[in-house]
Design a protein around this ligand. Structure first.
Ligand code: AHG
Ligand code: MN
Ligand code: MN
Length: 335
């Protein structure tokens, strides 16, 4: 990773990247800027969350049957308003909405966007790290936007990323030309380039997995995690365990420091827990662009054709050699 010396805003950085492609129109730059604006609104609300009475559950359940936190609803609204304003988006799909929202059918609305507006929301009440995940596709429909616009495989993403609301607020994204990170300077309200061309080590020191699911995993998953505990030093060096329960925060740590995140299938979640299109796919593109890998155990995440919007998937993501090791274990003992 190269550390920049000059101050570069996210806007000027993305513009410069687009300028290197003569066919670029600047549209994607503007769209990414809309995403950044939405996340700044979310960040401001999260920072105040302990002070104003917006903590706790809204008492509603989302389409996954999970209890929604009030900030989930607010973050969804922030992102939608920021993305809808300029007419660049034809359709927007969110974890919080059962159906995609049609935004514009005009020919200038060239993009379909999927979001997890607030990831790791169980962390809100304990002042833990949360995030926003986004995934951007080029529209494939003619005329009216279509469900097919948001059911494209991850290998068609034109941009993807996340914002982590941690000890500082950081936006990490890729357009397929490396992974770049920007830290929000709260005094000027701008995301400034802080991590240029992030790469993941081939093998990492961290293991991130919810081990309370251990008894419900396949033998292969159990063996992989035991090896990461150091039971087979001849094939795999022991790792340190780190798990917050927020994909964004767990993935971000492993992206920077190296490691592997697993949410395999188990007897309670036979299809895995995480969502393919707005959790696994954007993270998979980032991981691959940083030299890592992402798989469901059998197939590269980016090559899975989604069949429904809120589809779940098992996920193994992170440092390449660690992911390959887990895949070997899962394939040898799939039961
Ligand atoms: P969300 O808050 O958007 O529903 O996502 C929570 C997800 C993900 O962020 C995290 O990796 C995983 O759920 C944690 O699940 P467990 O609590 O089962 O470990
Ligand atoms: Mn999530
Ligand atoms: Mn969420």
């Amino acid at each position: 990773m190269k550390r920049p010396t000059a101050v570069t805003t996210i806007e000027s950085f993305i513009l410069e990247q687009e300028r290197q492609h003569p066919q670029a129109t600047g549209e994607l730059t503007n769209l990414l800027y809309d995403v950044a604006l939405g996340t700044k609104l979310v960040a401001a609300a999260i920072r105040r969350a302990g002070l104003v009475d917006i903590l706790g559950s809204a008492g509603d359940v989302n389409v996954q049957g999970e209890e929604q936190q009030k900030l989930d609803v607010f973050a969804n609204e922030c992102m939608k308003s920021a993305l809808a304003a300029a007419g660049r988006v034809c359709v927007l799909a969110s974890e919080e909405d059962e159906l995609p929202t049609q935004i514009s059918s005009g020919s200038e609305a060239r993009y379909a966007v999927l979001i997890d507006p607030l990831d790791g929301s169980s962390n809100i009440d304990v002042n833990g790290s949360v995030g926003t995940i986004f995934s951007i596709y080029r529209r494939v429909s003619d005329g009216e936007p279509d469900i097919m616009d948001v059911l494209q495989p991850g290998n068609q993403q034109v941009a993807a990323g996340y914002v982590m609301y941690g000890s500082s607020v950081m936006l990490v994204y890729t357009t397929g030309a490396g992974v770049h990170g920007f830290t929000l300077d709260p005094t000027v309200g701008e995301f400034l380039l802080s991590h240029h061309y992030i790469t993941m080590p081939e093998t990492g020191k961290y293991l991130s997995v919810n081990e309370s699911n251990f008894p419900r995993w396949t033998k292969g998953a159990q063996k992989a995690v035991r090896a990461f505990h150091g039971e087979r030093p001849e094939v795999m060096a022991a790792k340190n365990s780190r798990y917050i329960g927020s994909l964004v925060a767990d993935f971000h740590r492993n992206l920077i420091a190296g490691g592997v995140f697993l949410y395999p299938s188990d007897t309670r979640n036979p299809k895995g827990k995480l969502r393919l299109s707005y959790e696994a796919n954007p993270m998979a593109l980032i991981a691959e662009q940083a030299g890592g890998a992402a798989t469901n155990g059998m197939t590269r995440i980016l090559d899975i054709q989604p069949e429904e919007l809120h589809q779940r998937t098992p996920l193994v993501i992170g440092s390449k050699k660690d992911v390959e090791f887990v895949v070997d274990m899962l394939r040898n003992e799939p039961e």
